[in-house]
Ligand binder design. Structure first.
Ligand code: ADP
Ligand code: MG
Length: 699
């Protein structure tokens, strides 16, 4: 790669502000800009003009097709390609694209999950352009980021509620800022998602049906070496991986994605990529694209990129860190402590809004990252626990304590923190960023939500976070707008908020057993361990009321989402169970039989040659393997029967509980026997590549 070209390459395939400004007339540009910045309605004439220019630009850059690119509830992205061609009277074609086609599309949507929102007889949903996220070209196709709705207006995607949640936060944050004399155009949330992933050799991958069907290994004995030496973390990047990363960066840069940092992670074959943060909906689109392109580029380099949260038992799984903040149109970060007492009072109020939101809606945050895959990580001593708590660091906690108790803050100088009088000491990032065990950590000027799974769409957690913070801010604004004396009311409000919600603040080790005890028994925090436990809380009255009041979801959308997420959980585990049965019946048992045959034959041959040979090794191995094949057979039958009893998902909550309580333990049980057999069987007979081969074969 010619690195000198990076600035030129960056965003080359994006219809971004630079392109718009250069190619659109001044009128058209400024009215489009107004739509983007202030959410105003887009005029038809403007849409036509934009479409014409967009098509011209796309064709010049090699596009032949366009698609409305959207994010259905499957959690991945969807696209249906239409070409630009229109027949012309002379028998040829012209390349056409109208404003109507830009603004609205009508994909046949009957096969996307809707959780009962859209009966198949009215299959049509429609997609609507999201002008706040730039169009881009991928595989000769102009991709237009869109929202996806049913004709009755229900959101069938993840983007619509995300945009609504951003609007909700914008509305309430502006009210609060106004009280501090800040009349801003808008407040937007920004997100920088750090993405973890594994790379495995493609040939090895293809030999493992469990990886192919489910994205994770369902069997596999521990290799002699795992991650215990910590020699992979930040280690030298192997040449093949390096070539992959170079191409990945190039592809992402062309799409205007700010890929910035990459390094090896803790587990062997595990890596991370972090972009520079952007506005939440753009960051969400970009993260979806990043995941897609990672997989594509890996294949080109003879590897497969695993985005599953727990591809391998016994080594760390992959997560995603959602760095989140709020910023105004002038770029002021609302979670950055300021230099003046007034700025700091505003900062503390914003901080309190987040603390209150996270405490009151712990369950929503937890369920927003709940999937069958991520359940393997949360609480497994490698990722934050399923309990949501906030890390603030000692300094900030001490400041909040001194405000709460009206006691002097023992920082650089001993002062009673009275809001509007003192400015806060500057926090150094070092002291705030040490705790990696907290699910929700303040890191100097933003919060880092660390519970996400690597395959999660970041839309889900940001919807909940934005909505919950909007609710806090609304309550704050309601109270402060009516205050006789703003400063003393503000002081009281902050004090009360700290008192009411300090239970959510925890600066200690989130991985410890003691924390689970304290969190659940003393502080009364919720500990929703699995998706089956967490997801039904989406329909708790307090949660529905809040989400509906801020117009983030409708009641029927919430019901549909709960159902879809639980169905997805059940289907995922069901596929895993069936894959195990399949692998055992078709391969593992036969392989062990083969080895048993060879052992038996060897033994009898040896004994026929000499009466003195004991064949202790052969016989004891045979005996144990024979016991194991019986156990494997029994465990497989048990799993099969349980799976067969759960074929219809009439009662999705009951089914998901059965998946959790019966299927997953039955799978564990079966795996245990097969993994033991692996350690006793000659590798020549073993049908699938071992963990060692999967984890250490990429150079
Ligand atoms: P870490 O120590 O976790 O690696 P970094 O400083 O590298 O922290 O930041 C991690 C991510 O946080 C990056 O994607 C970065 O762009 C993002 N980030 C930084 N500032 C903000 C902000 N104000 N809002 C949202 N994300 C941010
Ligand atoms: Mg991080």
């Amino acid at each position: 790669m010619n690195t000198q070209n990076v600035p030129e390459m960056f965003g080359a395939l994006v219809f971004d502000d630079r392109v718009m400004r250069a190619r659109l007339s001044e009128d058209i540009y400024s009215s489009l800009r107004k739509t983007i910045d202030e959410n105003t309605r887009l005029d038809d004439k403007v849409a036509d003009a934009v479409a014409t220019e967009m098509k011209k630009w796309a064709v010049e850059n090699g596009a032949t097709h366009y698609t409305h690119w959207f994010q259905p509830l499957t959690g991945i992205t969807a696209e249906k390609h239409d070409s630009f061609i229109t027949p012309s009277p002379d028998g040829g074609i012209i390349m056409e694209f109208s404003g109507k086609e830009l603004i609205k599309g009508e994909p046949d949507a009957s096969s996307f999950p809707s959780g009962g929102l859209r009966a198949t007889f009215e299959a049509r949903g429609y997609t609507a352009w999201d002008p706040t996220s730039y169009a881009f070209i991928k595989d000769h196709t102009l991709c237009i980021p869109t929202a996806f709705c049913s004709y009755s207006g229900d959101a069938l995607d993840k983007k619509t509620p995300l945009l609504r949640s951003m609007q909700a936060l914008n509305r309430q944050a502006k009210r609060v800022l106004k009280l501090f004399g800040n009349d801003v155009k808008y407040v937007r949330t920004s997100v920088g998602p750090e993405q973890e992933y594994f790379l495995v050799d493609k040939e090895m991958f293809e030999k493992r049906p469990d990886l192919v069907y489910t994205g994770r290994t369902l069997f596999g004995a521990m290799p002699p070496k795992g991650q215990e030496l910590d020699d992979h973390y930040f280690g030298v990047i192997k040449p093949r991986v390096n070539a992959f990363m170079e191409e990945l960066n190039e592809e992402l840069w062309k799409l205007g994605i700010l890929a910035k940092t990459e390094h090896n992670e803790v587990a062997p074959a595990q890596h991370e990529l972090a972009p520079i943060f952007s506005t939440t909906n753009v960051a969400t689109d970009n993260n979806q694209l990043t995941m897609e392109i990672m997989q594509k580029v890996a294949r080109k380099h003879g590897m497969v990129c695993l985005l599953h949260e727990k591809p391998f038992a016994g080594v760390n799984g992959s997560g995603k860190h959602n760095n989140w903040s709020m910023a105004t149109d002038t770029g002021a970060n609302l979670l950055s402590p300021g230099d003046t007492p007034s700025e700091n009072a505003q900062f503390l109020l914003m901080l309190c809004a987040v603390i209150k939101a996270v405490d009151e809606y712990q369950d929503l945050l937890r369920l927003s990252v709940a999937t069958a895959g991520n359940d393997h990580r949360l609480g497994a001593n490698e990722a934050p626990p399923a309990i949501i708590s906030i890390f603030l660091g000692d300094e900030l906690t001490a400041i909040l304590d001194s405000i709460k108790n009206d006691t002097p803050y023992e920082g650089t100088e001993k002062v009673i923190m009275k809001l509007g009088v003192h400015s806060l000491p500057r926090f150094s990032r070092d002291t705030t960023d040490r705790n990696r065990t907290s699910p929700f950590a303040f890191t100097g000027n933003k919060f880092e939500f660390r519970s996400l799974g690597s395959a999660n769409s970041i839309a889900c957690c940001n919807i909940m976070l934005n909505a919950a913070v909007a609710e806090s801010l609304q309550q704050f604004a309601d109270r402060l707008e009516g205050a006789a004396d703003f400063e003393s009311e503000l002081h009281e409000l902050i004090k009360e908020t700290i008192k009411a919600h300090e239970r959510i603040i925890f600066n200690g080790n989130g991985y410890g057993e003691e924390w689970i005890e304290e969190a659940t028994k003393v502080r009364g925090l919720s500990n929703l361990k699995t998706t089956a436990d967490a997801m039904p809380h989406l329909l708790d009255k307090k949660n529905m009321d809040m989400l509906i009041a801020h117009k983030v979801f409708t009641e029927s959308e919430l019901h549909s989402r709960c159902e879809i997420m639980l169905e997805n959980y059940c289907k995922t585990i069901n596929i895993e169970g069936h894959t195990m049965v399949d692998m055992v019946r078709k391969n593992y048992l036969a392989a062990i039989e083969g080895y048993l045959y060879s052992l038996a034959k060897t033994t009898s041959l040896m004994k026929s040659v000499s009466a003195n040979v004991k064949c202790n090794y052969e016989i004891s191995t045979m005996e144990r393997l024979s016991e194991l094949t019986d156990s494997i057979n029994e465990a497989t039958k048990a799993l099969e029967e349980k799976l067969a009893s759960l074929v219809n998902y009439d009662n999705i909550i009951k089914t998901s509980e059965a998946m959790r309580d019966e299927i997953l333990p039955a799978m564990e049980n079966l795996r245990k026997y097969v993994d033991e057999a692996e350690m006793l069987t000659s590798e020549r007979y073993w049908p699938f590549p071992s963990y060692g081969k999967l984890l250490f074969s990429v150079y």
